[in-house]
Design a protein around this ligand. Structure first.
Ligand code: MTE
Ligand code: MO
Length: 303
């Protein structure tokens, strides 16, 4: 496992002692030595922990309580229904406004790019949350490899469409294939990650093997799984949840406790595995790092 602290990660992202202490509780159990080395505090990142208890979510919870409609709409379904999904070999098409549209083998897209450890809060729009140790490559490194043209203003991601391998796609639970997108400056932010692992292991099928997007200041639905296509464009793309229900799921999907979902409050969240709800933080606690991306925007309109 490559351990590094890249120069471009600001010191505000380095784990505060309180998280490290919680983490020590976690690594104090089985496998402590290996995990302890892997999650050394210098490679973790976290924003100020105001009013939140950022103990890591158990690996068991994070891999058995999943949203992944390609493998069922109940949270306990993906673990079972994705058990035999094969994510090798895997290809990723790079399309649209790039120097040279081409299809990469998974290994080639990531070859010689960094693999980093990042502990991030993960906040679902349904008001539950987790704290997950990811391994992955900053999205901006992959984007640099794709060589987008200056005219590219957005980047769109598409999940595999293959009903024979993804049984949920035989039903119209969502308009398939699942799509998500980011504005270019959001995608280039150092916190945006393409995760290929979690808890020190390859990404489990139910969590989006072999690669999923992780944008920690946004609601979980932006974190598209099993990506097979990355397309650069100058027009804001439609997104799957936006198409399914535009009044409930906006393009930006920034975690914002002051903007309620039409059917429930976003002020608090239930940490999976914990009893008491905790207050939801603006931008999921990453405001210091990302708020400037949205300066001057009305975040009630741009939800
Ligand atoms: N392809 C695809 N990606 C997806 C989803 C999905 O149904 N299909 N669900 C999203 C939602 S709503 C959430 S909250 C997160 C859940 O990720 P997790 O199960 O790894 O916690 O994945 C997101 N990515
Ligand atoms: Mo979600």
């Amino acid at each position: 496992m490559l351990i590094r602290r890249p120069d471009d990660i600001p010191s505000s992202e380095i784990t505060p002692e309180s998280l490290y202490q919680n983490r020590r509780d976690f690594v104090g159990t089985a496998g402590a030595l290996a995990l302890g080395a892997m999650f050394a505090p210098s490679v973790l990142d976290a924003a100020p922990l105001i009013g939140q208890d950022d103990k890591l979510t158990s690996e068991e919870d994070a891999t058995s309580y999943n949203n992944y409609y390609e493998f069922g709409t109940d949270k306990d379904e993906p673990k079972d229904l994705a058990k035999n999904f094969r994510s090798k070999p895997w290809k990723i098409e790079v399309a649209g406004l790039v120097k040279k549209p081409q299809t990469y083998a998974f290994e080639d897209l990531f070859r010689a790019l960094s693999v980093q450890d990042r502990v991030y809060r993960h906040r679902c729009v349904e008001a539950w949350s987790m704290v997950i140790p990811w391994q992955g490559t900053p999205l901006r490194e992959v984007i640099a490899r794709c060589e987008p043209l200056p005219s590219a203003k957005f980047v769109e991601f598409t999940t595999l469409y293959d009903p024979a391998r993804m049984p949920g796609q035989t039903r119209p639970a969502l308009p398939w294939p699942y799509k998500e997108a980011l504005r270019m400056d959001e995608a280039m932010h150092p916190l945006a990650l393409l995760a290929t692992g979690m808890y020190g292991k390859a990404l489990p099928n139910q969590n989006g093997a072999p690669l999923k997007l992780v944008v920690p200041w946004k609601y979980g639905f932006k974190g598209i799984k099993a990506i097979v296509k990355i397309r650069f464009t100058d027009k804001m793309p439609n997104t799957t949840w936006g198409d399914a229900n535009p009044s409930e799921y906006g393009f930006y999907a920034n975690v914002n406790p002051t903007v309620d979902h039409p059917r429930w409050s976003q002020a608090k969240e239930r940490r999976i595995g914990q009893l008491l709800k905790v207050p939801t933080l603006m931008f999921n606690g990453y405001a210091e790092q990302v708020a400037s991306l949205y300066a001057g925007m009305d975040l009630r309109k741009n939800y």
